[in-house]
Ligand binder design. Structure first.
Ligand code: AVI
Length: 356
């Protein structure tokens, strides 16, 4: 366990309290437990050497990648953002009525654009409110904090620059709180990662706190494959940017012209698998730690998965992880769902004792 998680009075908790006393928007960060470049390099070496080759999708979101993702959300084929936004627009006031007044912390906030619906509903029913966007990209976070702060002067905004789980120690301090995790970003986790994440979130929240979760639902293959293979090629640039980032930060000199984006729906696992296909064999070095990677012609390196959900399966899973489902909102086509969950009053992370 690193120092950040070890103490409830962490660097981030202290920083947050101080930032709240000052003028907002403000940005707080946890104390760095490791060198971010080393972390990136080691994760890349692990990912290239695993079988199958699989890179961690969190590294897609440097400043360049975050900007490309925003561009993806505006592509006509990428229905997710528009559909979720329409549900939020129609239901934000109802959500606020169900939750009552509380703070909002948003995981993976990006541009915070969709959150405007929530902020407006909060302002209409309560007056001033507090909003804590959490994102790994400093550039996205600063831009979002500036925009929200100037659009809604009555909202106190404190950006938290860290990975999702690094923000969990703040939740006890922010309670009563609603944690928003929109865009079906939870679909980028494997089932094991997802249940681990949801359990950790339940453990960090106080009973009665809320969790607003966006989920992309299972649908026709053609719709899914078009969403991840847009005509304008923005998703392809997003995939390639991960390797461009290695060139920028790790001096890897990967030939980007020999990388193709590939995304297809795997019906057996109900997920879109996104990979980079190497069209020519190449060897490159990642520094640090100075390891050489050799990839053959035609080899695939997975960069992301995007799972699609069925409500009848995901609801019991979430309930097993410590939440009750208060309300499920969907669009007319039932393409996307927004779940309002609540941390159950009695919840223990401990496994039931074996009967002797
Ligand atoms: C962030 N996440 C929910 C996106 C998705 O749809 O899985 C990431 C993405 N990758 C390519 N297009 C969108």
């Amino acid at each position: 366990m690193d120092a950040f998680f070890a103490s409830p009075e962490s660097h981030l908790c202290r920083n947050l309290r101080e930032a709240c006393l000052k003028r907002t928007p403000a940005i707080v960060q946890p104390a760095l437990s490791s060198d971010p470049i080393e972390d990136f390099a080691n994760a890349c070496v692990r990912g290239f050497r695993s079988d199958p080759r699989r890179l961690e999708s969190r590294f897609l979101y440097d400043a360049e990648g975050s900007a490309l993702f925003e561009e993806i959300t505006r592509q006509p084929e990428y229905y997710l953002t528009r559909t979720e936004s329409s549900i939020l627009a129609a239901r934000a006031a109802e959500i606020r009525e169900l939750t009552g007044p509380l703070r909002i912390l948003e995981l993976g906030s990006g541009s915070s654009q969709k959150t405007d619906h929530l902020l407006r509903a909060w302002l209409e029913q309560e007056g001033p409110t507090r909003y804590y966007p959490v994102d790994v990209s400093a550039a996205s976070l600063c831009a979002a904090c500036e925009r929200v702060g100037s659009t809604y002067p009555a909202v106190e905004v404190v950006g938290v620059q860290c990975q999702y789980r690094e923000s969990f120690p703040l939740l006890a301090q922010l309670s009563p709180v609603l944690v928003a995790f929109l865009g079906s970003s939870i679909g980028n986790f494997t089932p094991e990662e997802m249940s681990c994440f949801v359990r950790a979130l339940a453990a960090a929240l106080r009973p009665g706190d809320f969790f607003l979760l966006g989920l992309d639902l299972v649908k026709e293959r053609s719709l899914l494959e078009s969403a991840y293979n847009d005509e304008a090629g923005v998703t392809a640039r997003f995939t390639r940017n991960l390797f461009a980032r290695m060139n920028r930060e790790l001096g890897s000199a990967i030939d980007l012209d020999a990388i193709e984006h590939a995304a297809w729906y795997r019906r057996d696992q109900e997920l879109v698998e996104i990979s980079a296909r190497f069209t020519r064999a190449q060897s490159f070095r990642l520094t640090p730690p100075g390891k050489t990677i050799t990839i053959g012609q035609g080899e695939l390196v997975q960069t992301e998965i995007s799972r699609k959900f069925r409500l009848d399966r995901v609801v019991p899973d979430l309930e097993r992880c410590g939440f009750s489902v208060e309300r499920v909102f969907t669009d007319e086509r039932r393409w996307f769902a927004l779940l309002l969950l609540r941390r159950r009053p009695i919840y223990s992370l401990r496994k039931p004792r074996r009967q002797l």
